[in-house]
Design a protein around this ligand. Sequence first.
Ligand code: HGY
Ligand code: MN
Ligand code: MN
Length: 411
Amino acid sequence: MRIDSHYLQGALEELGHIGSRADQRGYYRLAWSPDERHAHSWFRDRLKALGLRVWTDGAGNSFGQWDIGEGPALAIGSHLDSVPSGGNYDGGLGVLSALAAIKALQDSGFRPTRPIRITAFTDEEGPRFGTGLLGSKAVAGLLDFDQCKNAHDDKGRSLAEAMAEYGFSIDNLPSVKATLPDFYGYLELHIEQGPRLENSGVDIGVVTDITGIAQILVTFFGVANHAGTTPKEDRHSALLAASRFILALEDFIAQEPQIVGNVGSIEVSPNAANVIPSQAKLRIDVRSPNEHALYRAVAWIREHAALRDPDATVSVYHQVSPAHMHTAWLPVIENAAEGLGFSHTRLVSWAGHDAGILAHVIPAAMLFVPSHRGISHAPEEWTAFDDVLQGAEVLAETAKQLAGMGEVHRP
Ligand code: HGY
Ligand code: MN
Ligand code: MN
């Protein structure tokens, strides 16, 4: 069985033309944007060209199914949205590798005993509405529907309005979970988004666990006043409190081996050099593969925000629990890699993924390919095509094994 390298390379290049901007570097395939929806319609055309049954569900997820065999389908896929100024490989490579893998299976004359479904989930990243992993959460029945109904982007556009622009009603989101019984399990190829594989010269990463994530909005308050005339002892700057908090957070995380954290954005009002800030909003991302450590990080943030400003508000707007990959499937990926002559190693994913949501309700597994210099969520994100091809071959071989396997227990 061989991956059609021209097909895969061509698909990557075509996707690479969707979501780039003339005046800015990187990709902007943000959820429910014209570019992201274009990527999905382009992808569905590719699915149709492979002779698959194609549809979209109420969450805007795109599917193509090889209707063969019987029973629930093995799903293979990832996401097509990106972070702002992101790369073309995060998510996109998993979706296109799934395309190439199913083409290789079809071309080889393989006939699976169960259907195989290629999926592209909506809004995996979340930066526009704070609704990360929306598409996979909707399928898994783990969506916070009230959060979705109240979600707005930084231009005041609601998620409901953005969805309606493409013919999707937000009211249909809760019904998407009814499709879950059609899923036998889920397999995802993804770039590692870190330096471990490239630094160790290993071809394939076999994911054991996916980190938990909490994204938190912390708002500090001050008193707006004149930057020149206000006596020093009377100044109450929200930005100063936020700055002290950020440095303290950095010190806390530095001594916590199981926690990583990032303050990714700060909004200051009224945001003028000659006005003492009355408000400073921080968006924080903390992660741990250990549920207790993640709770400790959130508790630390609540406690120390109050220490810096008794009026500070803390709101956790996105939280996913750590997830274990389906243990029985790890050796299937490892055997596929070995059979193809590729090296492999087990590792924990510090990036969140759709597989980390689905693993709570169906068997799920992930494999990684190296990221050059470990860079991701940036225009420099890149994976050598040899590594791309190796990953697609292991994905196809693993899918072939799983599509032929008997029933497995659901988590
Ligand atoms: O943020 C993440 O870990 C993923 O890339 N969405
Ligand atoms: Mn991703
Ligand atoms: Mn990402």
